[in-house]
Every structure is written in structure tokens, then in C-alpha cells.
Design a protein around this ligand. Structure first.
Ligand code: ACO
Length: 403
């Protein structure tokens, strides 16, 4: 209720500043990554994603993101060795996971386990470089182990211990099956990690920075970001893509499916992006990787549906609204071919994105000011408290008036 000219003027001025979803509002100055959504450019610390995907490894890329420079051979070796050494998780964490409902989503299990790590490494010495280094190493090392452990436990098995002979991505595949993976499969997963490691101020990174700005511990920072990534409009979309491809079922069904979605304003999963108005460069790289993998391991029945979907969406709305495949569109197809269960797709995204979240955590600490935005109050004033027996039964309303 607006009851004075002054209130009205205040509202109009503030409403001019208001952007739904903070779209386009800068929330930090950052040197971590850069996106040009019109040209389809993505860079980590100034280096193009294409070059990193081709020449770097995930751990080297994580080092680049977090420490701000490419490591020397010695620095990389040391970082890799530390991560390898810290892969195991305490049996308390494994025991805690045994109490989780097996039907629970692995992202919820991961969020809980990431927060639980903070119980074991509680010291909050954010000005101590050794503490920062140890937290970075532990989180990068233990998150994949916790994802794999929950998967084994929910199947009624004991977790598979990490294999020190294997690199980062290969070890994750090993912890799901206890078999050394095909080198191409491990290489492709490693590139997928690199592609998902960082992407400017998206919802989960914003969440990480807001949490970091309170000077809480890095485990809480990662846990809050994992919770944010889980949603179907963010990291959860890769899982939804496969569910959608299964629902479409055949190439002939693609056109009617797209028409139905557009007529009912239903989002087509794996398409559209707040920033990219062209095809996401990561989607192009993932599509090429998918083709390599199918070449070696046999074709995937859903790939033809995906290609047709990309074509039909472009024809109907792509060019007009800038809706093209995003990073989630082809990643699910790849993970499926690697034998990874659908509900582990988003946790894999999280394993990779830990690198970006930690880079932003460090950057936030260096310039910290606690996040405290404002709001525009659109509720009422000066109402009286009504005794409970005088209240009339409310007619069910539709949620919260759109807020
Ligand atoms: N399918 C159909 N139409 C779409 C899609 C889509 N996937 N995405 C956007 N549009 C349309 C909207 O209906 C809207 O049309 P209108 O102007 O006629 O109303 C217009 O394009 C703008 O859409 P918004 O939702 O306002 O765009 P926004 O930038 O807010 O959303 C988002 C971006 C959330 C990614 C959206 O495209 C979406 O929901 N996509 C599907 C989910 C998905 O794939 N998410 C993963 C994103 S990548 C990541 O998080 C890692």
C-alpha cells in the first residue's frame, strides 16, 4: 500500500534501479574469468577455453584459476601430489553417509558432506596462507571421493578407496566401478572438468561469494554453492536434458515436442543462457568430444535426437531470441556414454566448479566487504494485530503475489 507522495516517489526511483534476477548488475570486480556472450568467448585468467581444453589438465586449470597463474612444472607436481595424498575421507564422514537415505539426491548428499568437512577442519584462519592452501587441496581432493562414496553406499556397497596410481578424472571413474577406466574416457572427463571449472558470476558463484563475504569457512562456502548449483535452472539442467531426450524418444517427435514447449512457455532444457546469445563455446567442444567418444565406443541413440533438437530450436526461436545449446546440452550425453548414472551429472559439474568457487573465495577475501544489498518494500504498513478468533478464513491465494 502506497499512502504518500513521498513513498510513491521513493518506489519509482528505486524501481528504476531494480533488475529482476539482478540481470546485468555487476556484483564484484573479478580477474578470474571473462565471458563475451555475443561473440561466444570464454577465458579463464585471460586464456581461451578452447586452448585450455586442448592443452591443459583440470588440475593445472584449477591451479591457474585459484592462484592466478599457470604453475611451473614443479608447482604443478607439488599441487597434484598434495591432492592425491588428501583424496581419502575420514571414516566418520563415510559413516555419516551411511545414515543418508539411499533415495536422496547425490547433490543433497554432497552439500551435507561438504559442510560436514568443516566440522573436522574447523579452524578459521583466513589470513593464513597455509590454511588457505590446505582448504583448497582438501576440497579439490575430497569432493570426488564423497560423490563416489555416496553412490556406492546407496547401492549397499562399501566405498571404493581412491587409487593413488590414477590421475584426478581417472580416479573418479575408478571409484565408481573399481576398474581402471579407458584412457580416452578419463581424458574426456578431465576435459569436461576443465570446461565446467568456472563461469563468471553465475548463481552458485554468487552464492559462494556472498557466503565467503561473511568470513565463514571455505567448507560452508562450497556447501552453499553446491546447494545453489543443484537447481534445474542451473547445474541441474544436465540431468533434465537426458530426461527430456528420453521423453522425446525419437527424431520424429522433436518438432511436436518443441512446438508444445513453445506454446506452453515450457523451457527446453539445455538451451538458453543469461549471458550467451550464441552457441555456448563449451557446448561446441563437448559436442566434438561426444562425437570422438561415440566413434570409439559406439553411437548413442539420443545423439540424433539432440542434433535434431538443436536444429529445430534454432529454426523456431534460436535466432530470434538468442537461444542456443548451453554447456548442459551435450554433457549429459557424454556422461551417459561414460556409464555415469544420470543423477551424478550435476555432482560432476560440482566437482569441477569447486575450482571456480575457490578462486572466487580467495578473490573475495582479498577485497572483502560483506554483501548486503537492499530491497524495495512493497508490503503494507500500519496494520493492526487481529486477535486469532476475529480473523476471517483467507481465500487461498496464488503463492505470494508474484514475490
Ligand atoms: N526454452 C524455451 N524458451 C526459452 C529458453 C528455453 N530453454 N530459455 C529462454 N527462453 C525464452 C523465454 O521463454 C523468454 O521468452 P519471452 O521473452 O518470449 O518470454 C526469453 O527466451 C528469455 O528467457 P528468460 O528466461 O528471461 O532468460 P534468462 O536469461 O532469465 O534465463 C536460463 C536463462 C535460466 C538459463 C533459461 O534460458 C533457462 O531456463 N534454460 C533452460 C534451463 C537450462 O538449460 N539451464 C542451464 C543454464 S547453463 C548453467 O546454468 C550451467
Amino acid at each position: 500500500m502506497i499512502d504518500s507522495l513521498q513513498d510513491w516517489l521513493f518506489m519509482v526511483t528505486k524501481m528504476d534501479d531494480f533488475k529482476d534476477g539482478l540481470a546485468g548488475v555487476p556484483a564484484a570486480k573479478s580477474r578470474v574469468s571473462y565471458v563475451d556472450g555475443e561473440k561466444g568467448i570464454l577465458e579463464y585468467r585471460g586464456i581461451s577455453i578452447q586452448e585450455l581444453a586442448q592443452k591443459s589438465s583440470f588440475i593445472e586449470t584449477a591451479y591457474l584459476l585459484i592462484w592466478g597463474k599457470l604453475p611451473t612444472a614443479e608447482e604443478l607436481e607439488e599441487f597434484q601430489t598434495e591432492i592425491r595424498y588428501h583424496r581419502r575421507v575420514k571414516y566418520h564422514i563415510r559413516d555419516m553417509m551411511k545414515c543418508f537415505p539411499g533415495s536422496g539426491h547425490p547433490m543433497d548428499a554432497l552439500q551435507t558432506s561438504a559442510a560436514a568437512l568443516g566440522l573436522f577442519y574447523a579452524r578459521r584462519a583466513l589470513d593464513d596462507p597455509q590454511y588457505i592452501r590446505a582448504a583448497v587441496v582438501r576440497l579439490l581432493a575430497k569432493i570426488p571421493t564423497m560423490v563416489a562414496a555416496f553412490h556406492m553406499i546407496r547401492k549397499g556397497n562399501d566405498p571404493i578407496q581412491p587409487n593413488d596410481d590414477l590421475d584426478y578424472a581417472a580416479n573418479f571413474l575408478y571409484m565408481l566401478t573399481e576398474r581402471k577406466p579407458d584412457p580416452l574416457a578419463a581424458q574426456i572427463l578431465d576435459i569436461c572438468y576443465t570446461l565446467h571449472a568456472e563461469h563468471t558470476m553465475n548463481a552458485s558463484t554468487f552464492s559462494a561469494r556472498v557466503t565467503a563475504s561473511t568470513l565463514t569457512d571455505p567448507y560452508a562456502v562450497v556447501a552453499s554453492a553446491v546447494g545453489t548449483l543443484a537447481g534445474p535452472l542451473h547445474g541441474g539442467a544436465n540431468e533434465e536434458v537426458l530426461i527430456m531426450l528420453e521423453e522425446i524418444g525419437s527424431v520424429e517427435n522433436v518438432r511436436p515436442y518443441v512446438e508444445k514447449c513453445l506454446a506452453t512457455k515450457q523451457k527446453i532444457m539445455g538451451f538458453g543462457h543469461r549471458v550467451y546469445k550464441v552457441k555456448d563455446p563449451r557446448a561446441t567442444i563437448l559436442q566434438n568430444l561426444a562425437e570422438q567418444l561415440f566413434e570409439k565406443m559406439g553411437h548413442d541413440e539420443y545423439y540424433a535426437i539432440a542434433i535434431e533438437l538443436e536444429k529445430v530450436v534454432e529454426e523456431y526461436v534460436g535466432r530470434e531470441k538468442g537461444i542456443y545449446p548451453n554447456v548442459d546440452f551435450y554433457s549429459g550425453l557424454l556422461y551417459r556414454k561414460l556409464g555415469i548414472p544420470t543423477d551424478l551429472f550435476t555432482p560432476i559439474f560440482a566437482i569441477a566448479r569447486v575450482a571456480g568457487w575457490l578462486a572466487h573465495w580467495k578473490e573475495q577475501l582479498a577485497v572483502n566487504k560483506i554483501y548486503r544489498p537492499t530491497q524495495i518494500y512493497v508490503g503494507e504498513h500500519n496494520l493492526s494485530y487481529i486477535p486469532i478468533d476475529e480473523r476471517v478464513v483467507a481465500i487461498p491465494s496464488e503463492g505470494m503475489d508474484g514475490f
